[in-house]
Design a protein around this ligand. Structure first.
Ligand code: ATP
Ligand code: MG
Length: 405
């Protein structure tokens, strides 16, 4: 197992943000602190394009990486060693750090953030490179090195590392405003939430249930998904909204082939109300073009005419398998596939329309007391606060970290 006292992480597009850069970097630093709250974190420094974390005692690198893997805005994560203050200190530390490696070639890359340091990066690279060659006999390849020995010189001296893992990328959580995600207990919507959060949106969640006609276990499952997603952003709210009275009315009064699309119109109407309650600016769904009958382009268009707010669909062009793969990587898939007793087949018609128009849907719901139904659903809803995110063990390790355990 690899234990470390220092970890360096580089930031993603953040350096592109010009005047906002400081603000963005402060957000990242705060999010790093939050993710590492249960570890013996001594300091989190934010020099320019990176974050340097120092621990007060050695910690397993894979546990640090698991936590930093939830901090959007981080591009790469590296276990680094502080090896002293002079080039000589660094050269003396080389044998220990290169032990067990056997690359066909290598290169040294040096970053010099202490501009008062008397040698240039190129001079340092040459000096350290020849020391490595003397030690190992490995040839240098500057264009496509198999092993890159990275050195950072800053006010504190020399840092050395040879391995890195990918960070989650994206933009810092909360840097892009607020959104509300329609979270079912299924596979897709939690992945959609993750992708929206990845671009900086801070989310609250909205769930529609048909209890008692469907299994109340689906409520717990949704809450668990929200808890897991909270690991990627922090606290959130989850609105539980009863849809059954609306569904029963639609089943009784409307043409069966439009049923699902009419349920979805009510979900959007209620989603709109809760998006405003949560002071967010967009609704996020897990819809994917053509995945099911209700997600043809015609049906998506016909359903959404009754609301004005932006509807974001991060999964719109993803295949089911791609969605599943991502769900596995972020930890939602395992929760999504937990079986719960499904008794809602009565809600779904045998022959749903695949090419409805908004006029069809307007006519189909013309006889309903839309306002009254929506008002009753809002009154019957409950908002749960998710203050305590899921246990860290529920966030999967990246496959590349297994060998470091
Ligand atoms: P999921 O997409 O989460 O796997 P699903 O495959 O059953 O659910 P649909 O029923 O077609 O998908 O719904 C598409 C999207 O509508 C979902 O991704 C989700 O954003 C939203 N949605 C569907 N049902 C619910 C629900 N009960 N509560 C909240 N949102 C829902
Ligand atoms: Mg789906």
């Amino acid at each position: 197992m690899l234990e470390v006292t220092r970890v360096l992480a580089t930031t993603n597009e953040v350096s592109l943000k010009g005047g906002n850069r400081k603000w963005f970097e402060n957000k990242i630093t705060a999010n790093v602190r939050r993710a590492l709250a249960d570890m013996p974190t001594a300091t989190v420094q934010r020099p320019a394009w990176r974050v340097l974390i120092k621990f007060s005692e050695p910690v397993p690198f894979h546990e640090v990486a698991r936590r930093l893997g939830t901090v959007f805005g981080l591009a790469k994560i590296m276990p680094v060693s502080h090896v002293g203050h002079t080039t000589q200190d660094l050269i003396e530390a080389l044998p220990e750090h290169l032990d067990g490696l056997n690359p066909s070639n290598f290169a040294v890359r040096c970053l010099r953030s202490d501009k008062t340091f008397p040698k240039t990066s190129l001079e340092l690279e040459r000096e350290i490179g020849s020391a490595v060659q003397e030690l190992s006999g490995w040839p240098v390849d500057l264009s496509r090195p198999e092993l890159t020995i990275q050195v950072l010189v800053d006010q504190e001296g020399f840092h050395l590392w040879t391995r890195k893992i990918p960070g989650p990328g994206g933009l810092p959580s909360g840097s892009g405003g607020r959104g509300s995600c329609m979270l079912s207990g299924g596979i897709d919507s939690p992945v959609a939430a993750y992708l929206a959060m990845k671009r900086g949106l801070r989310l609250d969640f909205i769930h529609f249930h048909s209890v008692p006609r469907t299994d109340p276990a689906s409520l717990e499952k949704t809450e668990e998904l929200a808890r897991l997603l909270a690991r990627y952003q922090g606290k959130c709210r989850l609105a539980m909204i009863p849809l059954l009275p609306i569904q029963e009315k639609i089943i009784a009064d409307c043409p069966p082939r439009f049923r699902v699309l009419l349920y979805r119109r009510f979900m959007l109407r209620l989603g709109d109300i809760f998006t405003r309650k949560f002071r967010s600016r967009a609704l996020i769904t897990g819809e994917s073009l053509g995945q099911v009958a209700s997600q043809t382009i015609e049906n998506l268009a016909a359903v959404q005419t009754i609301v004005n707010l932006p509807i974001l669909r991060p999964l719109i062009s993803m295949d089911k398998q791609e969605i599943i793969n991502l769900g596995r990587r972020i930890g939602t898939f395992e929760i999504s596939i937990r079986p719960h007793f499904d008794c809602c087949s009565f809600l779904v018609p045998k022959h749903p329309a695949t090419k409805a128009t908004s006029i069809d849907l307007n006519e189909a719901e013309a006889g309903l007391d839309i306002e009254g139904l929506v008002r009753a659903a809002v009154q019957g809803s409950e908002v749960i606060r998710i203050d305590e995110p899921a246990d860290w063990t529920e966030i999967p390790l990246l496959p590349e970290l297994e060998e470091w355990k």
